[in-house]
Design a protein around this ligand. Structure first.
Ligand code: NAI
Length: 272
């Protein structure tokens, strides 16, 4: 007997036909996988990355899907740009139903090595990017009595880690924000949830290994493989599409009863 179908295949259907969704950090990695999964479900999409050119590849990859697409390049830490982007999306599609706040950056240092500017930049992108776009998108959602906010946090938003305190602080803040905004919008048709991925095989991990090499780690690939074996019960880094399926669900009308949650997808790392 065949197994269940992936989203977007015939049996997966077009669950998001008529949904207008914005995805940040859509040029690569998790955001790209989410954009492709939403497109496969028929959504109209506004894709965001630091540069518009960076989105050319994903735009080409989803060009055969039925929804309309808009590509925007800007820094999510820029509040004015975030407000302009939501306005442009509403201008083009009439509304914004689902916002996936995925754009994020990572920087590994010990607490004592981090400069205040490092903390500031991580918070500006990972937290304030979410705040700016959510504050821009939410009024329209509340007015229409329907909306889906999906924040990509991290396992780093749920527990402590060595040598990445500024990143963990930014992700804990996203988990906290998710809980609080969810309570304020719960009675008005808007859900707010987060996904907390563990180790996902993206360019962010490639950058991390490159960074480790420059800091004198002799064989970052081997060190990383050992870390995964030791920490992840599934003994592998997950694929970006394993996050995308949950994002599609949370962005869909079906997820109407679920809010304020920060859902771990981490290969079994945290089971409590
Ligand atoms: P990535 O580095 O491969 O891609 C990041 C994306 O965000 C790119 O499209 C980039 O253009 C965009 N971006 C970065 N800074 C931006 C800014 N200031 N303004 C607009 N766009 C910006 O990252 P990856 O691995 O796909 O991660 C995506 C999200 O998932 C991030 O929030 C990350 O913190 C989170 N995450 C990643 C994990 C992993 O193991 N890769 C694990 C847990 C969470």
């Amino acid at each position: 007997m065949p197994g269940p179908s992936a989203p977007g295949t015939a049996a997966g259907g077009m669950r998001l036909r008529g949904t207008v969704a914005m995805v940040t950090g859509a040029s690569r990695g998790i955001g790209r996988a989410i954009a492709q999964a939403l497109a496969a479900e028929g959504a109209d999409l506004c894709l965001v990355a630091t540069s518009r050119e960076g989105l050319a590849d994903v735009m080409a990859a989803i060009s055969g899907t039925p929804g309309q697409k808009l590509a925007l390049g800007f820094d999510v830490a820029d509040r004015t740009a975030c407000q302009a982007a939501v306005a442009q999306c509403v201008d083009r599609f009439g509304r914004l139903d689902a916002l996936v706040n995925n754009a994020g950056i990572y920087l590994a240092k010990t607490f004592l090595e981090y400069e205040p500017a490092d903390f500031q930049r991580l918070l500006d992108v990972n937290l304030f990017g979410v705040i700016h776009l959510t504050q821009a998108a939410l009024p329209g959602m509340l007015e229409r009595g329907y909306g889906r906010i999906v924040n990509i946090a991290s396992t780093a938003g749920k527990w402590g880690s060595r040598n990445q305190s500024a990143y963990n602080v930014s992700k804990h803040a996203v988990v906290g924000l998710t809980r609080c905004v969810a309570l304020e919008t719960a009675a008005r048709g808007v859900t707010v949830n987060a996904i907390c991925p563990g180790f996902i095989d993206t360019d962010m991990l490639v950058d991390l290994k490159r960074d480790a090499a420059t800091k004198g780690v002799a064989d970052p690939d081997a060190v990383f493989a050992a870390l995964i074996n030791q920490r992840v019960p599934m003994a592998r880094a997950l694929r970006a599409d394993e996050i995308a399926g949950m994002a599609v669900y949370l962005a869909s009308p079906q997820a109407s009863g679920l809010t304020g949650q920060s859902i771990l997808i981490d290969g079994g790392m945290i089971t409590a």
